[in-house]
Design a binder for this molecule. Structure first.
Ligand SMILES: [Zn+2]
Length: 482
């Protein structure tokens, strides 16, 4: 085993303990105070220089080691989701103290990147590599798009390349795109009145919300087919049908393959909202909440991540991991569709067959999947998108849960707090450490990564999904991000 992997293996207990503590804190977006304190102390003990509150975001930070160029970033997250409290057991069992849970595995995500940063620090100390390693503590991936705001506030401007990862149910590299996305709040203001005695004196804000939704549903036919629009009514006008509702609000997500397309659909949706206000004699306030971009993929960096994934090999899951995963798999919805075909949807048939052979009949994916690229955007969104338009960025995925585990589920929370998640996390740390070291010691490789980025960005410049000087979103409680 190389030095970087050995270092991570020799310090595994320390990394697992940090991950488990973040898992226990389970703090939601922009309130990750204990998690940040814990990770910041770990970095300081390791000799990193830490700057907290970067971009004027209280739970964002950067930890730096080394000096001079190149500057390579590892991105970490640590926010949890509301309503997903769960013990690390393979059946539904809520924890007592908190309603939250790490339903997207961000406890692993943050500490996996930290472990890679620590390993690269050792390589800087030993003189094996030269330059600067930075760990970016990125809050509120779920529903807050923390990184998009960090990008707008300039915190990544002098970084040469960035690497991150996400806990998954497979060992692979993100070689596919995601949808760009906006979240917008529509608040209607009307006039209340007795709904039977004098409704003619009232103006219903709820009517406006309903008419806006009707208009949006007609709009669907006339936008790009890959686009998605979804809404919820966040204020339905109260609980009294005998009062004409004076206030009502909705929250919309608009998604499309490109930020410019999202912006175009947004403008048409604003017209629909204004039309609904005009029809009902109400007023509408349109509040932009947050947004994320699609990814600017960097194939040069993705290929190297994959090369190192193969080099690190298989995850040593043992019998007790498999038993736990099998029990977890028993809890999945029956008839929820063939898991293999869900994974391989959108990939060429030959590769899909290879993947099927690799994971067929297994409950945990221990080996790297074959390298594949998907030319179609998958329908989720991530705030890594915005970083990727500022800095050449690539993302790894490692197996941290049983095949078929849904994101944002109690099953994922359970596995992120026990050895399946721990092993996936350490595996990711090794692959990222190797790739970061490659960027620091191989100028030609870094130059190739940057040349690909420069060529793509010259053809297709970055459009921020945020309005200028956007404030941090404070309007809503924890909507899910993906
Ligand atoms: Zn996530």
């Amino acid at each position: 085993m190389d030095d970087l992997s050995s270092y991570i293996e020799n310090n595994r207990d320390r990394f697992i303990s940090l991950s488990d503590r973040v898992w226990e804190y389970a703090e939601t977006r922009f309130a990750e105070h204990n998690s940040v304190d814990l990770l910041v102390s770990a970095f300081e003990e390791e000799g990193f220089t830490v700057e907290r509150g970067i971009g004027n975001i209280p739970t964002a930070f950067v930890a730096t080691y080394g000096s001079g160029g190149p500057v390579i970033a590892l991105l970490g997250e640590y926010d949890a989701l509301a309503g997903l409290s769960q013990n690390p057991v393979p059946h539904r069992d809520e924890r007592e103290k908190t309603g939250n849970g790490h339903g997207c595995g961000h406890n692993l995500l943050g500490v996996g990147s930290l472990a890679a940063a620590f390993a690269v620090k050792q390589a800087i100390v030993s003189g094996e590599v030269q330059g600067t390693i930075r760990f970016y503590g990125c809050p509120a991936e779920e529903g807050g798009a923390g990184k998009t705001f960090m990008v707008q506030r300039g915190v990544f401007d002098d970084v040469d390349a960035a690497i991150t990862w996400h806990p998954a149910m497979m060992n692979s590299v993100f070689t596919f795109n995601v949808l760009a996305r906006s979240m917008i709040i529509f608040k209607f203001q009307g006039i209340s009145a007795h709904a039977a005695a004098n409704p003619f004196n009232g103006r219903s804000a709820l009517d406006a919300v309903e008419l806006m939704n009707v208009g949006a549903n007609y709009l669907r036919e006339h936008i790009v087919p890959e686009a998605r629009m979804h809404y919820v009514i966040t204020d339905g006008g109260g609980i009294s049908p005998n009062v004409v509702p004076a206030t009502a609000s909705s929250l919309y997500y608009v998604r499309a393959p490109r930020t410019a397309e999202v912006k175009e659909i947004e403008e048409r949706l604003f017209d629909v909202a204004r039309g609904a206000a005009l029809m009902t004699g109400t007023e509408v306030e349109i509040i932009f909440h947050s947004g994320t971009s699609n990814l600017l993929l960097n194939e040069t960096l993705e290929e190297r991540l994959y090369h190192n994934l193969v080099k690190v090999g298989s995850i040593p899951f043992d019998e007790s991991d498999e038993k736990f995963a099998a029990e977890i798999a028993n809890s999945f919805v029956k008839g929820g569709g063939d898991m293999l075909s869900q994974i391989t949807a959108g990939i060429g048939r030959g590769v899909a067959q290879e993947i099927k052979e690799k994971i067929g009949g297994k409950v945990l994916n221990d080996e790297p999947l074959p390298y594949f690229r998907v030319n179609k955007a998958l329908s989720g969104s991530t705030d890594v998108g915005d970083v990727s338009w500022i800095v050449p960025t690539a993302q790894l995925a490692t197996s941290c849960s049983a095949l078929g585990t849904a994101m944002h589920s109690w099953q994922l929370v359970a596995q992120g707090g026990m050895s399946i998640g721990h092993k996936g996390m350490l595996h990711a740390a090794k692959v990222m450490a190797l790739t970061t070291a490659d960027l620091l010691k191989d100028p030609q490789f870094l130059a190739d990564v940057k040349a690909e980025f420069a060529a793509k960005i010259a053809e297709d410049p970055y459009v921020s999904p945020l309005p200028p000087n956007a404030p941090l979103p404070t309007e809503l409680e924890t909507p899910d991000q993906h």
